[in-house]
Design a protein around this ligand. Structure first.
Ligand SMILES: CC(C)(COP(=O)(O)OP(=O)(O)OC[C@H]1O[C@@H](n2cnc3c(N)ncnc32)[C@H](O)[C@@H]1OP(=O)(O)O)[C@@H](O)C(=O)NCCC(=O)NCCS
Length: 369
């Protein structure tokens, strides 16, 4: 029988990566998949954030891997803990281990993180109070041969060490993103070379558009299983280059279509796509979220709320239930407040169109670092 929830030490990282592979990459040799796809997650420096329980022979049987993140969300900086690689070995499932680990982790994370982001919508997470959230737009682009405009060069990025600084600069220009250090950016790029990256059978490739030697935009293109489509799993930079990059990435993979997600506030790109006659499809962000610390969240989002509404939020009661009120001078229209609710049920009000509908970056894969 497994016992108490433990936090990893640097020497546990290897065996925890192997556990993750046994569950998520069963066709690979344990230790050769997930640790390469998520090099910062399965890293000695992040060992403390790997939560697990072990059996009576001290072998880990259930894992919840977490990564501390700051999200830039159109002006707000939001502290979040990302949850990924939630895995229990088959023969140990249904004993409540994953639930037990998540509860312990949430207790630890509550004081320093306003949000918990989870890469899934299972009952396991919903029972803990996680809710679906967000609003993104999916684009389905027909790949064709049109290249970039005059003075623009598109090339495949092969030497990541050489290009990481430029790509990092482009990444940082995005208003809605995970904050990433240059080490995290380098780790992310290197991870795209992992075998079966994002469980895809074909290699993921990175393309950059540049002018006079300076990067303007890039895409990370992962082909679908049947090869008919490339998914631009990450992209950033000058929107005017995105369609030519999608064409190039699609052609390189022999794909007929390219798909990507964009934020509803991305008016420049939406306008460009409309002028190409491209339809938009609404979709929720992948995964679910839970507010861990509503006071902290309110402090983090109030500057953008004041800009939007003239008013900020106040948390006026804290007795198991939370009561929000608006405070400020002007009386702009503001979304109706929820009644006194538990912090769990507040997630939908902040992050769906039943309330504030605050933007969050695409959480698929939770930043893949
Ligand atoms: C998902 C997974 C990690 C769960 O591990 P586990 O240790 O068996 O988890 P628990 O025993 O805590 O919970 C198992 C189920 O019992 C349910 N459960 C646990 N305690 C419960 C309780 N007291 N009352 C009611 N239901 C309960 C959970 O909601 C969960 O339901 P779900 O499978 O529909 O989500 C495991 O099945 C696994 O490794 N699956 C493959 C990998 C995967 O899909 N990971 C999730 C990626 S998002």
């Amino acid at each position: 029988m497994a016992s108490e929830v433990r936090r990893g030490r640097p020497e546990d990282v290897k065996i925890l990566g192997e556990l993750s592979d046994r569950v998520f990459r069963p066709n690979l040799t344990p230790g050769t998949g997930m640790p390469y796809e998520f090099p910062r997650l399965f890293h000695a420096a992040n060992a403390q954030n790997l939560y697990f329980v072990a059996d009576d022979q001290d072998r880990p049987v259930s894992l919840v891997a977490t990564y501390k993140s700051v999200l830039a969300a159109n002006g707000a900086l939001i502290s979040a803990i990302s949850i990924g690689s939630v895995a229990t070995l088959v023969e140990h499932r249904g004993y409540g281990y994953a639930t037990q680990i998540l509860e312990a982790m949430m207790r630890d994370a509550r004081s320093d993180h306003s949000l918990m982001l989870v890469s899934g919508g299972r009952n396991l997470y919903l029972r803990l109070g996680c809710v679906p959230f967000g609003h993104l737009i999916r684009v389905d682009w027909p790949v064709h041969s049109e290249g970039p405009g005059r003075g623009i060069l598109i090339r495949e990025v092969e030497d990541f060490a050489k290009d990481v600084a430029e790509l990092h600069r482009v990444y940082r220009s995005e208003p809605c993103r995970y904050l990433r250090t240059s080490e995290e950016m380098a780790a992310f790029l290197q991870a795209t070379k992992a075998e079966r990256y994002r469980a895809r059978p074909h290699p993921t490739r990175v393309f950059v558009a540049e002018s006079a030697g300076r990067a303007l935009a890039y895409v990370v293109a992962a082909p679908s299983r049947d090869g008919s489509r490339v998914d631009l799993v990450e992209w950033a930079g000058d929107r005017a280059q995105l369609m030519a990059l999608a064409n190039r990435a699609g052609q390189a993979a022999g794909a007929k279509r390219a798909e990507w997600l964009l934020q509803p506030d991305d008016l420049t790109l939406r306008g460009m796509l409309a002028s190409h006659g491209i339809a938009e499809h609404d979709e929720a962000n992948e995964g679910t979220l839970l507010i861990l610390n509503v006071k902290r969240l309110v402090d983090e989002v109030n500057p953008v709320l004041r800009e939007r509404t003239g008013q900020g939020l106040k948390v006026v009661s804290d007795d198991g239930k939370f009561v929000l009120s608006w405070s400020g001078e002007t009386a702009n229209a503001v979304p109706q407040l929820p009644g006194p609710v538990s912090v769990a049920s507040m997630g939908a009000w902040f992050f769906t169109d039943s309330g504030l509908n605050l933007p969050l970056p695409d959480t698929a894969g939770l930043n893949f670092v």
